[in-house]
Design a protein. Structure first.
Lengths: 154, 154
């Protein structure tokens, strides 16, 4: 896949990205640092929680999805960061041993009114597990630089 | 502060939580694992980016805020996790050396219609730096168990 610019995105597009295995070690390490609620760090406490067993922090699920998006889409692109997210839904628990898959759906691609060198892509990340269950959705905005004009040695 | 239950939240309430210093080591460590875009992991590349210097991943900013919220509010509460977020805005870059402060504003507290043992608290986290600049806002939902009735040895 060649380098992606703003012009490479259009509404309705769906891009299947990679996957990632969730390990208990990583679930506990992330949660110990950023979300040390008992059901994310302590398997025994998690057993009697609403999750039934140790479950990943929702922020960790998003971070793992972000890594998949960076590796398979943003890394080789004209990404200029993000102004924010419109919605996140944590639909089902993510457990150690799960494999997460991310599909990147383009909802809208609009050129910037104020900055002609870039555009905003509104996307929905659909994060599923190995059973095909949707575990999380993230609707976010990403800014991308426009493709350099011909003659610019793009 | 005693243990917080759903009944302890009401619209309009603002709770100042703690603060946290952002280190370069942690910015690079988080981004290396979850958001390895050049402006989050490589000080030299960051110098010529839109951020001007190394800046924290937006997901990392949220994760650091989450830790402040857990330590100062969720840890000693009847928290039952979160169904999701309504909006995240990354308003200004977060740099190593910054100190982040979180204010937790309650927008709405509503009892669950389907589950009488809990309620949903809609909150806005206002994340500011040491200059008093708002760097990020997170509007999220949290579920809390209701206070046990008297006689229940609460």
């Amino acid at each position: 896949m060649s380098r992606r610019y703003f012009e490479d995105f259009h509404a309705g597009q769906e891009i299947a990205l990679g996957s990632r295995v969730v390990t208990e070690e990583e679930v506990i390490a992330f949660a110990t640092q950023y979300d040390p609620q008992p059901f994310h760090v302590d398997p025994e406490a998690a057993a009697t929680s609403i999750f039934g067993r140790l479950a990943a922090s929702g922020w960790h699920t998003c971070a793992m999805a972000m890594r998949i998006v960076v590796d398979n889409l943003l890394r080789d692109s004209s990404s200029l960061g993000s102004p924010g997210l419109e919605q996140v839904r944590w639909l089902k628990p993510v457990y150690p041993g799960d494999t997460l898959h991310v599909a990147f759906q383009v909802k809208e691609a609009r050129a910037s009114q104020s900055k002609p060198d870039r555009g905003v892509v509104v996307s929905v990340w659909r994060i599923s597990n190995q059973h095909g269950e949707l575990v999380c959705t993230v609707e976010g905005m990403s800014m991308f630089g426009r493709r350099p004009r011909e003659g610019g040695h793009a």
